[in-house]
Design a protein around this ligand. Structure first.
Ligand code: S3P
Length: 433
């Protein structure tokens, strides 16, 4: 799908006020779509992600034989293939979505047939060796070009493995688990930092037995999956833009309902609290083992303080780091980010683009190979922002723009639709001008 490049002007705001409910979590939607497509029976999901990334997953699942019905904008009905994908004679297009490409590789490696996974120019630059290595250790037949897509898979019978991921990655973990689910014996993935555990929770929800220790997860295959009905929790990585925006305005008040609060995803709430924001979590409940609740945030009258994000925190906050960095100049003491080298191989080099765009707005910033130092107490001015076609950069700098002097021009604003098509409309709703 090719969307025309769009520019968007963001004017400064006086305050952030209101109440929101956000579209379904992208990570959970991908997993529910894939597991629903491989399960026996018909699954129904409400509040499914409205982003283009999850649409890419649905398109691939349809090509592999699942029946996929979109009901309205955010409900999806999927009748699964009960473990056996249909061979396809055309490439499966994963679009901009690394999750789609990496996780489907694990699903397909033990299937019968030949599959080719392709992606857009950004996805074709992203590292795929990290999935080829463990899958090959399971005896999969995978071909890459220089470590990149297209991913060509000759499906074959696999062997279970015990694998320690060299870089913490929920996508790689999921890829291995999805292959292990279809493989005789026990497949174990070990990780030094606990990455998001949606796959473990979703596999259990779809009827699989998954065992966990503090630093490992195992699945004994082969195991069948059965269909489920589920409401997808609101996406906390999308909420991050609004939470960070609200944290900037001393008289702000924002409520976000039905938000996914899985502890492996909710680190931003701790970081904003450490910066001085007042956060309350209400109405907590569990849905298919995923925590969901209402978050209320108000900003501290004296402004945000300072913080450092490094070590395990950096891995757990990886998707939220661009927006945290973009508000850092408005804190009193600045924000220091380290151990976040992975940011360089996301949809764009997010360290380089954050530094470039902060400088365009007049901020001082020091760039490191694995992070950034953004001093506090700075004043920013509106400027043209190069989103690099990266959704999280476009949205992060729309937030910084709310507090800048003058207008900011977000170039490549259409990229927000990769994860969050409603972003600009909702921003207009809560930003008082
Ligand atoms: C995701 C895992 C993370 C994250 C991405 C979604 C997932 O990537 O950045 O947006 O749904 O598993 P890595 O697995 O590459 O860390």
């Amino acid at each position: 799908m090719h969307t025309a490049v769009q520019e968007r002007i963001i004017r400064p705001a006086r305050n952030i006020l209101g109440s929101l409910r956000l579209p379904g979590d992208k990570s959970i939607s991908h997993r529910y779509a894939m597991l629903g497509a491989f399960a026996a029976g018909t699954s129904r999901f409400t509040n499914f992600s409205t982003g283009a990334d999850c649409a890419s997953t649905l398109t691939c699942m349809r090509a592999l034989g699942a029946k996929v019905n979109r009901l309205g904008t955010d409900a999806v009905e999927i009748t699964g293939v009960a473990g056996r994908a249909t061979p396809v004679d055309h490439p499966l297009d994963c679009g901009n979505s690394g999750s789609t490409m990496r996780m489907i590789s694990g699903l397909l490696a033990p299937q019968q047939g030949r599959f080719t996974l392709i992606g857009d120019s950004s996805l074709s630059r992203r590292p795929m060796e990290r999935i080829r290595k463990p899958l090959e250790a399971m005896s999969a037949r995978i071909t890459l070009t220089d470590g990149h897509a297209p991913v060509i898979i000759e499906g074959t019978r696999l062997e279970a493995i015990d694998y320690t991921t060299p870089v913490p990655s929920a996508q790689v973990k999921t890829c291995i688990l999805l292959a292990g689910l279809q493989t005789s014996g026990t497949t174990t993935v070990r990780e030094s930092v606990r990455t998001r555990d949606h796959s473990e929770l979703a596999l259990r929800a779809f009827g699989a037995t998954v065992t966990r220790t503090l630093d490992s997860v195992s699945v004994a295959g082969p195991q069948p999956l059965h269909a489920i009905e589920a409401a997808v929790p609101g996406d906390i990585s999308s909420a991050a833009f609004f939470l960070c925006a609200a944290a900037l305005f001393p008289r702000s008040g924002l409520v976000i309902e039905s938000l996914g609060l899985n502890p492996t995803r909710a680190t931003l709430l701790d970081v904003l609290t450490a910066l001085g924001a007042h956060i309350a979590v209400l109405n907590l409940e569990e849905k298919h083992a995923e925590l969901v609740g209402t978050v209320q945030i108000t900003a501290p009258a004296e402004g945000l303080g300072s913080t450092e994000v490094s070590g395990a925190l950096a891995a757990q906050l990886i998707d939220e780091l661009p927006v945290l960095a973009s508000i850092a100049p408005f804190t009193r003491g600045g924000i220091r980010i380290r151990d976040a080298r992975e940011l360089r191989v996301k949809e764009s080099d997010r360290i380089a683009l954050v530094a470039k765009n902060l400088r365009a707005m007049g901020a001082e910033v020091i760039e490191f190979e694995d992070g950034l130092d953004v001093p506090g107490g700075q004043t920013l001015h509106g400027a043209p922002i190069d989103s690099g076609g990266d959704h999280r950069i476009a949205m992060a700098f729309s937030v910084a723009a709310l507090k800048a002097k003058g207008e900011t021009l977000i170039q490549g604003a259409e990229s927000a639709a990769i994860s969050f098509p409603e972003f600009f409309d909702l921003l207009d709703l809560v930003a008082e001008r």
